[in-house]
Design a protein around this ligand. Structure first.
Ligand SMILES: Cc1ncc(COP(=O)(O)O)c(C=O)c1O
Length: 382
């Protein structure tokens, strides 16, 4: 089977220890072995979320986690404010509408971060607003939103909960839920956790959790009151995703062995390194508010972005993502999460260089490939 260096903003390269854990023989989820794994994973997630509250492990992709936050808190007719700054903001807005919320939105131009004052003004004018929804990182543009500032504003409204889609942020950068005052936070396995797609992680603040009994949205699979009761007995309510949870425990071990501060610094360092070298090649950042978890890079106008991304995959074995909607064919999105190696990252920059040379791009033509390879290696030794 052909293998790829998966440098997308999720899914990502699996850590070899995780890959090994994924190939272990099956065990049943009602066994003492699995009970221990589940307990360790649930405890470790609290550390990543920086919360004293329970963190749930759901057998769903990240979107299921977003839905779980909504159905456990929302009642039809509730006033919701959604920050829409790209595709994932649109998704959460649409989801809230499906569940009967009265949704207002603040539209942020793609590539920009929300100005916190806009939320402040909205809340002052709409004191009945019950939820503010925002991505921490809007993966379609690569923007990092000022979550701490937003949380500080929303905290002033005791009846309003701040729900954050941290799917491309949790585990890549600090989002201390309790300290900042985030009321609902969701993460996804195929991002900074270096796991396959298929798990999401959600946590509620005390304030949010108190709302779950009043919430009138019908829910069954995602009724997390039942899951909480099962977790308190050391179990999951439905069958557990044994293989993924077992790999999650290994992922958390890897992160804690390294230390979260060091891990976040490494994600940030790869982001800066990638952007610096891409800039030399003539690929500037699409946003001046980039998240450490991914870089969105603008392709020269004469380059067909769809073909470029395809060539990178077919000729060089590297998977990155292109743009969506208005950015289709115009940008590359490169993730800085998952298992990254020096060789893999040098190969990425050299491959981008090769493709830009083939397109006669001036900045690439000005760089000698042999010299570039040496400079890249030196930059990683420094
Ligand atoms: C910010 C954000 N929200 C939501 C999602 C949806 O997650 P999933 O595809 O796992 O359902 C993604 C996926 O890339 C994402 O980046």
């Amino acid at each position: 089977m052909k293998t790829y260096n998966v440098l997308a903003p999720g899914p990502v390269n699996l850590h070899p220890r995780i890959q090994a854990a994924l190939s272990l023989p099956m065990i049943h989820h009602r066994t003492p072995e699995f009970d221990q794994i589940l307990a360790a994973a649930l405890a470790g997630l609290k550390n990543i979320f920086s919360t004293q509250q329970h963190v749930f492990i759901l057998s769903s992709t990240g979107s299921g986690g977003m839905e779980a936050l909504l159905v456990n808190l929302l009642s039809p007719g509730d006033d919701v404010l959604c920050v829409v700054s790209g595709k994932f903001g649109e998704r959460w807005r649409d989801m809230a509408k499906v569940f009967g919320a009265q949704v207002s939105e603040i539209n942020v131009p793609w590539g920009q971060a929300i100005q916190p004052e806009k939320v402040e003004i909205f809340l002052a004018q709409h004191p009945n607003c019950k939820f503010v929804l925002c991505q921490a990182c809007e993966t379609s543009t690569g923007v990092l939103h000022p979550i701490q500032k937003l949380a500080a504003i929303i905290k002033k409204y005791p009846q309003t909960c701040f729900l954050v889609d941290g799917i491309t942020a949790v585990g890549s950068l600090p989002l201390p839920m309790d300290d900042w005052g985030i009321d609902g936070l969701v993460g996804g396995s195929q991002k900074a956790f270096m796991l396959p797609t298929g798990l999401s992680f959600v946590a509620f603040s005390q304030k949010a959790w108190l709302m779950s009994d009043q919430a009138k949205t019908p829910r069954f699979y995602f009724d997390l009151r039942k899951e909480k009761a099962a977790n308190e007995k050391g179990e999951t309510f439905f069958s557990s995703s044994v293989t993924l949870v077992r790999a999650l425990q290994v992922s958390l071990e890897i992160l804690f062995e390294k230390g979260l501060v060091q891990h976040y610094a490494e994600v940030q360092a790869w982001a800066r390194w990638t952007r610096k070298w891409c800039d030399h090649l003539g690929l500037a950042s699409f946003t001046d508010r980039p998240s450490p978890s991914l870089s969105t890079l603008v392709l020269p106008e004469t380059v067909n972005g769809v073909a470029f991304r395809h060539d990178l995959e077919e000729k060089f074995g590297i998977t990155v993502m292109g743009g969506q909607d208005q950015l289709k064919g115009r940008v590359l999105r490169i993730g800085h999460m998952g298992f990254l190696t020096n060789e893999g990252m040098i190969h990425l920059i050299l491959s981008l260089h090769q493709l830009l040379l083939q397109q006669n791009q001036a900045q690439a033509l000005a760089l000698d490939p042999i010299l570039l390879k040496t400079q890249l290696a030196e930059s990683l030794r420094a």
